[in-house]
Design a protein. Structure first.
Length: 51
């Protein structure tokens, strides 16, 4: 995040027990409607399907 005059930053203290951890790389993939293979074999199968 790049600060600017319009930037508002909120500093929160949150109980770690209520935080849901997210894999940002996979979440970006989901948001871009990309395929997430279940394992290497599935990744290879899907790549061949696309080719």
């Amino acid at each position: 995040m790049l600060p600017s005059k319009a930037t508002v930053i909120i500093d929160l203290t949150v109980d770690p027990d209520i935080i849901t951890m997210v894999n940002i790389d996979k979440w970006g993939t989901i948001l871009n409607y990309s395929y997430i293979p279940s394992d290497d074999q599935d990744r290879i199968r899907h790549r061949k399907y696309l080719d």
